[in-house]
Unconditional design. Structure first.
Length: 159
């Protein structure tokens, strides 16, 4: 569809500019389905979960958020029948692959929360990635807080 006053040539130039801008602004990773588990009064820690897909090889090396001074990349494993959680220096995100951060495995751990997080809250989260060329790239997200079972706020029933 041409806008009034646009010629075919100007339309093509406009479309090329839009496509080029999209490529120039493309990041090395795509983050989707990010969410944070809500907390109850007195709880000072929770997890953030998401899917990260690498357009090129990258490594998640850091996380920051204004809701806490302590945000770390963690992993969770079963060891001798006991669940063990521990910080890791990073998570590799191979080019063309999706890495899922989920309960029971890799996740972002938010500790020393300044206040409870309730379903429906929106939390800024900044992820830092190290690329194959050792340059760093950040991804800024606004992440929805879900209920304790991981359900979005709009799916809760009021009684």
């Amino acid at each position: 569809m041409l806008y009034p006053g646009m010629t075919n040539k100007s339309w093509m130039v406009f479309m090329f500019a839009v496509m080029f801008a999209g490529v120039a602004q493309a990041q090395s990773v795509v983050v989707k389905d990010a969410w944070i588990r809500g907390t109850v009064q007195g709880q000072t820690a929770t997890g953030a979960f998401m899917e990260i897909t690498g357009k090129s090889s990258a490594r998640l090396i850091g996380v920051t958020t204004p809701v806490t001074k302590t945000a770390e990349v963690h992993n969770m494993t079963m060891e001798n029948g006991m669940m063990k959680m521990f910080p890791v220096t990073g998570i590799d995100v191979p080019a063309g692959k999706t890495v899922r951060l989920a309960s029971g495995g890799y996740h972002v751990m938010l500790t020393n929360l300044q206040q409870p997080l309730k379903a429906g809250d929106k939390v800024p989260l900044q992820l830092t990635f190290e690329l194959a060329d050792k340059k760093r790239e950040t991804v800024d997200l606004t992440v929805e807080v879900r209920d304790l079972q991981g359900r979005p706020a709009q799916h809760q029933h009021q009684h």
